[in-house]
Design a binder for this molecule. Structure first.
Ligand SMILES: *Cc1c(COP(=O)(O)O)cnc(C)c1O
Length: 367
């Protein structure tokens, strides 16, 4: 069987940076090898840069972004704690589920899919929550919300942010914005395969954590001996870190640093702008509210009478291009096109626009 090379233009995973892929082929190191611990230190430094934080507890959790979500809540929620969750898409809904399973009294503040959250309404939803949680970049709808504004209104609450699709793609300044704890993923704009959850927590939030969380694996207090607090050789075994994945993450972070983080943000913006202009030139309508659209994840309405799944299958078969369907009630009426990591470039824009044009010319009429 020949290997299949896809253009991963869906909501993630994206194609990794070549440096990240190359690192996976390096000789494997043990998780306590001093040579590996240097890689871990370097990856944690690189993560602080893309998070925009000085938090010493900034680390890659050994699992995907969803485990980051679990870690955030399981380490901070005691039975009965009030958690306000802003919901404007699938990942906000998941936060409600995860927080409730941790015993939280969830105060859910809903916004229409395709619209950003209103920080004022979120902040006013409860007088004294322990946590206010929100998704920075809603991958399910292609919308960016204003985390800085929420940070200004959070009061004594801890601000918990999902940055899975924003990190390494658009402006993210955890410290400046008052983010107390955040989680992310590697397979979106960071341009690394799925498998790690970049995580950050401030000293103040760490002080307010659950002392004996229900999760052993994701217990930040225990993890601190291996990553986060301990540096270099002071580290002790907690679990076997996925050393190849961390080397791959480090390679991508170095690549991003070399290009310059703000240049990487600008590259994502330019690609997203070009894609969104091109789709509108084709007569298509964008789904996310104007002024709040993510450049790295574009949502576009499937034209009336067009079979969404047929088009996606055509793109995959004829162009090796993967795009995503919409979520929930938008499964057949919205497409999601991601241009993340190395895919945020003019060539990818031209490819996906050209491929989509051909598919729309060929699609049989729905009966
Ligand atoms: C992809 C994604 C997640 C979940 O991450 P996994 O790596 O799939 O576990 C969470 N939140 C957002 C906003 C995402 O886009």
């Amino acid at each position: 069987m020949p290997l299949i090379q896809r253009h991963l233009f869906g909501p993630g995973p994206s194609n990794p940076y070549p440096e990240a892929t190359a690192a996976l082929g390096h000789p494997l190191l043990g998780h306590l090898d001093p040579a590996f611990l240097d890689v871990m230190d370097s990856a944690c430094d690189g993560l602080r840069t893309v998070w925009g934080t000085d938090n010493r507890r900034t680390l890659p959790l050994s699992a995907t972004g969803s485990a980051g979500m679990e870690a955030a809540f399981v380490n901070t929620v005691e039975e009965g704690d009030v958690v306000v969750v802003a919901v404007n898409g699938l990942f906000g809904e998941r936060m409600c589920d995860v927080a409730a399973r941790c015993g939280a009294e969830v105060v859910r503040v809903d916004f229409p899919y395709g619209e950003p959250i209103d920080p004022q309404r979120v902040a006013e939803a409860h007088p004294s929550p322990k946590i206010i949680a929100a998704v920075h970049a809603e991958t399910s709808t292609g919308v960016r919300s204003d985390i800085a504004a929420l940070g200004e209104l959070k009061g004594d609450a801890l601000l918990l942010v999902d940055a899975v699709t924003s990190i390494g793609g658009i402006e993210l300044r955890a410290d400046d914005w008052g983010v107390d704890l955040g989680y992310a993923g590697t397979q979106k704009c960071l341009g690394v395969a799925p498998g790690l959850a970049p995580f950050t927590i401030s000293d103040a939030a760490f002080e307010r954590r659950v002392q004996h969380p229900r999760s052993w694996y994701l217990d930040l207090g225990m993890l601190g001996g291996y990553v986060g607090e301990a540096q270099g050789r002071a580290r002790t075994y907690h679990h076997t870190a996925p050393t190849a994945m961390i080397a791959s993450l480090d390679a991508a972070l170095r690549r991003i640093a070399e290009e310059g983080l703000e240049n990487v943000w600008a590259r994502h913006q330019a690609a997203g702008d070009a894609l969104q202009a091109g789709l509108q030139d084709m007569g298509l309508e964008l789904f996310a509210a104007e002024g709040h659209r993510l450049p790295e994840l574009t949502t576009v309405k499937v034209p009336e009478g067009v079979d969404s799944a047929w088009v996606r299958a055509y793109l995959l078969e004829h162009f090796s291009v993967e795009i995503g369907a919409g979520v929930k009630e938008y499964a057949n009426t919205v497409w999601r096109i991601g241009l993340m990591g190395p895919n945020a470039d003019a060539g990818s824009v031209a490819l996906v626009l050209g491929a989509l044009q051909e598919a729309l010319r060929k699609v049989p009429a729905l009966v």
